[in-house]
Design a protein. Structure first.
Length: 288
């Protein structure tokens, strides 16, 4: 094939690739799943949202709960990059909370849409963990090397980009949540707006809850973490524990990392809990 034809063919392919990438970026900005980028999640996990007559299938309405019924608050976190996972949360049709990470392609859209459909929005504040940089908290992270005034400005910036947030929780942060001075700087912008804070307790030595209370914030601590990495059997044990704690204590806060398996099981357990008289509530109702 003549050299001129080869050059023309290569030029055509380059233009086509650029056009496809530009179209994919536009699709991501519209809240659709990217074909190329799904940080932290294998592309094979992605699946289209399921809709019936234009509406996502939902659980039947929750039965009326008795006065004094055990209360359970579920936070589905790590959201911001996958619309299909958010659609699974929305399908459940209950007063859940979502933890939305900052500075991801769908962060602003998910936060706004979650608030619109009656879900509570928490800013999922990424914080430096032990074993950094092996463990990366992601874009917009609050780091130990930042002076307190920088930490406060960054939190205020993230809150301004997510105006529907009723509060925040920590994402990772096993190292930072042990530092009183830095946590006070992180929490002051929340206190200024009278928001809530949930300590994810990524460290047994976390002072985040105490500092939040000291600043006058309504605060809570999680009791159970549900993660898909151990497989379905391990997840079921954690969901069983959540229901048991809610019944024994009267209330419990659960963090569930956003993943299709986790949300499929959550939908199943919601029906079981409601049949047993456990009531799902927004997490702000379990803060003090």
């Amino acid at each position: 094939m003549p050299a001129g034809v080869w050059k023309a063919l290569v030029g055509f392919i380059a233009v086509l690739v650029i056009a496809v990438v530009a179209l994919d970026q536009w699709q991501s900005r519209q809240g659709l799943t990217s074909l190329f980028w799904s940080p932290g999640r294998p592309l094979a996990e992605a699946r289209p949202a399921r809709f019936v007559d234009g509406q996502p299938p939902r659980l039947p309405p929750a039965p009326a709960a008795a006065s004094g019924a055990p209360r359970l608050a579920i936070i589905v976190d790590d959201l911001g990059s996958r619309r299909d996972v958010f659609d699974l949360v929305r399908e459940i049709g209950r007063p859940l909370a979502v933890g939305v990470l900052p500075d991801l392609p769908l962060s602003a859209w998910i936060a706004a849409e979650a608030s619109r459909v009656g879900l509570e929005v928490l800013l999922d504040l990424p914080m430096e963990p032990y074993r950094y940089p092996e463990l990366d908290p992601g874009p917009g992270a609050l780091m130990m090397a930042m002076p307190p005034e920088t930490l406060g400005r960054l939190v205020a910036k993230h809150l301004a980009a997510m105006p529907s947030a009723v509060g925040a929780k920590n994402h990772m942060g096993s190292r930072m949540t042990e530092d009183r001075g830095r946590m006070r700087a992180v929490l002051e912008p929340l206190a200024a707006q009278r928001l809530v804070f949930v300590d994810a307790l990524t460290s047994n030595h976390s002072v985040a809850f105490e500092e939040a209370r000291g600043l006058g914030l309504r605060a809570g601590r999680r009791q159970v973490v549900v993660d898909h990495s151990g497989g379905e059997a391990a997840e079921r044990e954690r969901w069983d524990e959540a229901g048991r704690l809610a019944t024994e204590r009267g209330e419990a806060i659960v963090l569930a990392h956003g993943h299709p398996l986790t949300l499929r099981l959550l939908k199943e357990y919601v029906a079981k809990w409601e049949a047993a008289g456990i009531r799902l509530v927004h997490v702000s109702q379990l803060t003090r």
